[in-house]
Design a protein around this ligand. Structure first.
Ligand code: ASP
Ligand code: MG
Length: 464
């Protein structure tokens, strides 16, 4: 396999989760020439930061905050064994870690004092997970004789928009600065997950955002590859939590991977593919610790082969809710959909999908968004609308594969399998994406649905 110079590696939180795993990291890094290593926070740290911030906002006392910071120090130091004390470079890294911990403590105390957490402060606090893990990795590498340097987003000019919790990377602004900051013959460690807005505020790239950081950095330096290491090896034909006989998928196109992530496959952040289309940088997904030889489980590139049965994977998401806007003729009133979408958009809510009919407009939204979206639509008092209903018990199931819109018989096989399993399909969207079709069922039915579809498309017994 090709381990060309300046490959961007992304190490997920699960990689830096135990002494055993950590011991395998220097060998991996040594296989590359001057790599850029983007890290997530240690497993569970972002969630713990989130909890401590919300506790501090409501009932935080100084004792609790001190105990939390002490536990963070211990977690990171334990992972490095005695490395922090070994040489002067490591002692310097330890000093930096202490400085970060003390800034973190001050920020959380600030939240406790204010009794509320503005999003910009929440973003700043959550970014500490990655700051701490990056320093920890530098120390581990230095102990193994690999001199690395840490270049945080604020130092390299990794610029985003001003959205504190779901920022978009400004690639054209960042490109030259990032390229310059990461040039030279070095192993560089970059904390993922956050960037800096033009106002100077810290911004987060959304949940699981360090995949997206790594992709944006790969784009900026035109890296030969983006190599992602995590405990979940790669994309499978279905989620193994629901389906027994899943198989790995060796090749996916960017848009297939993007749709799978959008519809719930928790392998990559859904925006990871965005910066890669243009420069056409392949993503390779590796299991960690790597087995005998390092071979990617899934490679994502611009094109992927169209399978005989078209469908490459079936996925599901519980993170959808629905607002149903009902009334005779709503589907025929010009401008009504625009008014509805506008009201929802102005409330800061993203519409994930819309399925309309003569008597109903269905908005598919993120899990918690249905109630505020429905309130915004009700306020409009639109004439033909007589009911705006929230439906939260939705399970969305998607099938993904290049060629899905062109090949006859895919829908028949899919809905035939669901009918045979006695599943009632509440809503269908076929044709909206060239590579994905999805439908809504009651949440209790989604495991059965995923299994029925997997069986229909992947079972050897089905003669495929
Ligand atoms: N630590 C962040 C999160 O848990 C980013 C990441 O892991 O990619 O969302
Ligand atoms: Mg992660």
């Amino acid at each position: 396999m090709n381990l060309a110079e300046k490959t961007v590696l992304k190490l997920g939180g699960s990689v830096l989760s135990s002494r055993e795993n950590v011991a395998a990291v220097p060998d991996l890094i040594n296989k590359y020439d001057n790599p850029v290593v983007v890290v997530s926070a240690l497993a569970g740290v972002t969630a713990r930061l989130r909890t401590v911030v919300s506790d501090a906002g409501s009932k935080g006392d100084t004792g609790q905050i001190n105990a939390f910071v002490t536990s963070m120090r211990k977690l990171h130091l334990d992972l490095t064994g005695d490395s922090f004390r070994k040489n002067s470079r490591n002692r310097k890294i330890k000093d930096e870690l202490e400085q970060e911990l003390s800034k973190l403590k001050k920020l959380i105390r600030g939240v406790a004092f204010l009794g509320e957490t503005p999003n910009s402060i929440l973003a700043r606090i959550l970014s500490f997970g990655e700051r701490l893990s990056a320093l920890t990795l530098c120390c581990i590498l230095s102990d193994a004789g690999i001199q690395s340097r840490m270049v945080p987003p604020e130092q390299m000019g990794f610029v985003t928009d001003e959205d504190s919790l779901n920022a978009t990377v400004n690639l054209s602004e960042s490109k030259e600065r990032v390229k310059k900051a990461l040039s030279g013959r070095f192993t560089t460690v970059v904390p993922g997950f956050y960037g800096v807005a033009p106002s100077g505020k810290t911004t987060l790239l959304g949940k699981g955002g360090s995949d997206y950081s790594a992709a944006a950095i790969a784009c900026c330096i035109n890296a030969p590859f983006l190599d992602i290491f995590k405990d979940v090896a790669g994309y499978l034909t279905a989620d193994p939590v629901f389906v027994k006989d899943t198989r790995p998928i060796p090749k996916l196109s960017y848009r297939e991977a993007a749709e799978l992530s959008y519809f719930g496959a928790r392998i990559l952040h859904p925006r990871t593919m965005e910066p890669l289309y243009g420069p056409n940088i392949p993503v390779r997904l590796f299991p960690f610790p790597a087995r005998e030889s390092i071979v990617p489980v899934t490679v994502i590139h611009r094109l992927s082969p169209v399978e005989e049965t078209v469908v490459k994977s079936v996925t599901f998401s519980d993170d959808f809710s629905i607002v149903e806007v009902r009334g005779d003729g709503v589907g025929l009133v010009p401008g009504l959909l625009a008014d509805v979408a506008d009201a929802v958009g102005r409330s800061g809510i993203n519409i994930k999908s819309v399925i309309t009919a003569q008597t109903a407009i269905n908005l598919l939204l993120d899990g918690g968004d249905a109630k505020p979206a429905a309130a915004a639509v009700r306020k409009l008092n639109l004439h033909p609308v007589d009911r705006v209903q929230v439906r939260e018990n939705a399970g969305v199931v998607a099938v993904v594969g290049e060629g899905i819109r062109r090949k006859p018989g895919v829908a028949a096989r899919m809905f035939g399998a669901l009918a045979a399993a006695g599943i009632n399909v509440r809503m269908i969207a076929f044709g909206a994406s060239p590579v994905a079709a999805y439908f809504v069922v009651n949440r209790e039915d989604r495991a059965l649905s995923v299994n029925a579809i997997h069986q229909a498309f992947f079972s050897r017994a089905a003669g495929l």
